[in-house]
Design a binder for this molecule. Sequence first.
Ligand code: SF4
Length: 98
Amino acid sequence: MTSDVTTTSVPERLAKNRFVLDEEESHIEIDQEVCRATGTAARIIAVCPAGVYSEQDGQVVADYAACLECGTCLAVAAPGALRWRYPRGGFGVSFREG
Ligand code: SF4
């Protein structure tokens, strides 16, 4: 039996999305102290499908330009660790496929 289904890798699919970056305002703010004290840092770094979060010089940073607006980080963050909201109108991700 043959299949005509083509496979596309996750990076290939993500590359089809369009991002409009709000250079004046990040839609993600991190409370460093709460993030670390609650173990949120490790969780959000592990679960974010876009690799938005990383650690640099002992701080958790968010490269919010790549955010897919899925909300997964909010689901695993302790209360007060993140302030996340949708980007302002006209900014953020536009999905091209799926
Ligand atoms: S909303 Fe999704 S893509 Fe955006 S930072 Fe959170 S986990 Fe990552």
